[in-house]
Design a protein around this ligand. Structure first.
Ligand SMILES: *Cc1c(COP(=O)(O)O)cnc(C)c1O
Length: 712
């Protein structure tokens, strides 16, 4: 399939391949490739949102000419281009060596993809996981294509007002400045597909982003032939309007199948990342029925090649639509399927106690998947109980949902200086042995002083970034000169630094530290062992309690009692996440067990030598050992939420007072916290080789993607 060639008219011949580099998000996990863009013009790099395509459109032509004549730059350029070419053509990948006989690609569908900040089509954890999934698939040589939507506006930018109010701004994306290219049809126009719903036809054109070897196809309805309403289907991610949400999911599921067909891709496995894309099942059944297969047989047939990942341990968090709404959208469809309304609705309804008014996207997915999985072991147990009613003839233990624990793409989330350090002490091959426990044992060989200094360098960079952001925010909010000067001097790299950054949903319990304010105040300011805490995170614009929580924390952060030891950093996104996870000493995570399906940010922290202080939920319950971090609360079900909050918060205060703070401030003659560094090393050794997307993809291939000889 052809994509429209890019055009950067003033790139000199000597640096012409920068164009290819800008359009392959491979650059995003290769620090040396990022440096090529950064060195062109660092302020512009930041101003463009670290977007190489926009960078090449806007950078001064004279500057590029100049770089083409700089020996050092050209040498780095050659090395990066050689590495990229080698990567893209290498045949000795993990997958090729083990699984040559795979019939066709995996189609991986997701409502959001968080690959890099230059492609802002993600909101949070689900999207980041999808982005990391594509990167590891590419690294391992797994034949896979992504399918999603290209949103006209980025998920919102968060600004905090002086009163702590979250304001959301939607930034308009100019697609010609994004790392995406038009997919071209045979007639020389951009390839366009159509879906029919509510008796009308909706057109969508196709774009392609390239993530290493893996293409990501994105649909976009902003076309003049669509009505104004339909042009807005791909305007925003996670709109509140239920009708619009249904149209988005019809476009993703049904349009996605048609897009792959139009491109000429015939997947051998269809992977649904969460239930938003489950309509792909309906479309694939329809195709088989229209080709002459009886309905029941078509259902069995598509089931053989469909797999599903569930992420949501709260029933209400699973996507549902009113049957009346489904009826008007799908009536012509069930006629084509040769079934009646009730049979159609039962595709998305529990067999045991069907809700006659709801069509559930997770149930649609569970019924029609050969394999399904949850995203951590505890989440697996919770999911099997939660969905037992969908499989009434099975006990909860027999419900066919396995567990594949999430991971992160290590090379994306590990900071450059940490990678350099590993090169020195582990040898550069660690990159290709991410899942080998033995190589990570060598972290023990890094001298304490060296590891500590690298960490402190990263921490200083984080605090500097936070100061800059804070000054900008206060300036924007019209604060006084004193307040601006205060922001310039805030935070101290010698202080124990905690980070808490995530979506402000209730179950994450972002305000747990404030449960006993006096005790917190004493912890932060009451001794010669000070503690500072960085908070960041967005609340969905419709989530009033989430926004109230942000307001509370922001107001506390400005309360003089806390002496600037609490800072709320606005606009948590990939850029800020990268800084936070690489610079904090401790990552605090306080979900209401067992509602954090997996969580991944603590894994990013461990990849950089940070230490987790977390509730035993999701991934941490599997990773925690006594020497590699701290566990808040107990590994059990609580009687009620009050007991849980009380137990967990007491445990958190006690751990900070008696374990975390003393360990950090116990220094040897050289000022190195030896016990702390030992724990940093244990954290890296235990977490990195297991909680990464390479291990995760290997599990997906072996237990979900490869055909089973006997079926399930
Ligand atoms: C990693 C990441 C997440 C996921 O965070 P968890 O709360 O650990 O699931 C969300 N948002 C951003 C920007 C991230 O980088």
């Amino acid at each position: 399939m052809k994509v429209l060639e890019h055009h950067f008219p003033f790139l000199p011949e000597r640096l012409i391949r920068l164009g290819d580099l800008a359009y392959n998000l491979w650059f995003s996990w290769h620090s040396k490739a990022v440096d090529l863009f950064k060195e062109m013009d660092q302020p512009l790099w930041e101003r463009t949102g670290r977007n190489p395509v926009r960078m090449l459109h806007e950078v001064d032509a004279g500057r590029i000419e100049e770089l083409a004549g700089e020996k050092a730059y050209v040498r780095k350029y050659d090395a990066v281009i050689r590495a990229m070419d080698h990567y893209l053509t290498d045949k000795k990948t993990w997958f090729n060596i083990r699984h040559e006989a795979f019939p066709g690609p995996v189609a991986y569908f997701s409502m959001e993809f968080g690959v890099h900040e230059s492609l802002p089509i993600y909101s949070g954890g689900l999207g980041i996981l999808a982005g990391d999934h594509l990167k590891s698939a590419s690294d391992l040589g797994i034949p896979l294509v992504g399918v999603g939507l290209l949103y006209r506006e980025s998920y919102f930018t968060q600004q905090i007002s002086l009163s702590g109010h979250q304001q959301s701004h939607y930034v308009y994306n100019n697609f010609s400045n994004l790392p995406v290219r038009a997919v071209m049809g045979k007639n020389g126009d951009q390839l366009t597909i159509h879906v029919v719903t509510d008796g009308k036809q909706i057109a969508a054109k196709l774009w392609q982003a390239q993530i290493g070897r893996v293409p990501l196809y994105l649909l976009d309805t902003d076309l003049p032939e669509n009505s104004n309403g339909d042009r807005k289907i791909t305007e925003r991610l996670y709109v509140g309007d239920r009708d619009m949400r249904l149209l988005q999911e019809i476009l993703l599921g049904i349009g996605g199948v048609r897009a792959l067909d139009a491109i000429g891709i015939a997947p051998s496995v269809w992977h649904m990342n969460e239930g938003h894309c489950s309509f792909l099942i309906v479309e694939r059944i329809r195709r088989l029925v229209e080709s002459g297969m009886p309905f029941d047989q078509a259902v069995e047939e598509i089931r053989k090649t469909t797999v599903f990942t569930t992420h949501t341990p709260i029933p209400a968090g699973n996507e549902m639509f009113e049957t009346a709404r489904i009826e008007s959208a799908f009536r012509p469809c069930w006629e084509k399927l040769g079934i009646d309304r009730d049979r159609f609705m039962r595709l998305g309804q529990s067999r045991k106690d069907p809700d006659p008014h709801a069509f559930n996207m997770t149930i649609l997915a569970l019924y029609h998947s050969r394999e399904a999985n949850a995203v951590s072991r505890l989440h697996g147990t919770v999911s099997r109980h939660m969905w037992q009613h969908v499989f009434p003839d099975r006990s909860a233990e027999e419900v066919p949902i396995r567990a594949i624990t999430n991971g992160v793409h290590t090379r994306t989330w590990m900071a450059g200086p940490m990678k350099d350090l590993l090169d020195r002490y582990l040898g550069p091959d660690w990159r290709h042995q991410i899942t080998e426990t033995a190589i990570w044992e060598k972290v023990g060989r890094i001298p304490d002083k060296v590891l500590w200094e690298t960490h402190q360098t990263l921490k200083k960079a984080l605090l500097e970034e936070v100061r800059c952001r804070l000054v900008r925010e206060r300036d924007r909010n019209g604060e006084s000169g004193d307040a601006l000067r205060e922001a310039e001097a805030i935070l101290n790299p010698e202080f124990l630094t905690l980070g808490f950054a995530r979506r402000f949903a209730q179950y994450k319990r972002g305000a747990m530290l404030f449960r006993d304010r006096e005790r917190l105040k004493h912890l932060l300011t009451g001794s010669d062992r000070p503690v500072q805490i960085l908070f960041a995170g967005k609340a969905h614009p419709a989530d009033q309690p989430g926004k109230a929580l942000i307001r509370e924390i922001y107001q506390e952060s400005r309360n003089p009692e806390f002496q600037n030891r609490i800072v709320f950093v606005e606009n948590y996104d990939i850029t800020l996440a990268r800084h936070l996870v690489s610079g904090v000493d401790v990552w605090l995570n306080t979900p209401r067990r067992p509602l954090e399906a997996s969580g991944t940010s603590g894994m990013k922290v461990a990849a950089n030598g940070g230490i987790n202080l977390s509730v035993l939920d999701g991934w941490w319950r599997e990773a925690y050992q006594e020497d590699n971090g701290w566990a808040i609360g107990e590994d059990r079900d609580y009687y009620n939420e009050w007991e849980q909050d009380e137990t967990d918060s007491q445990s958190l205060y006690n751990l900070l007072e008696h374990a975390v703070i003393p360990l950090y401030y116990t220094r040897n003659g050289e000022g190195i916290p030896e016990g702390w560094v030992k724990r940093m090393k244990a954290s890296m050794t235990a977490v990195i080789p297991v909680f990464n997307t390479h291990r995760m993809l290997m599990e997906y291939v072996e237990s979900m993607y490869l055909p089973k000889p006997s079926g399930k």
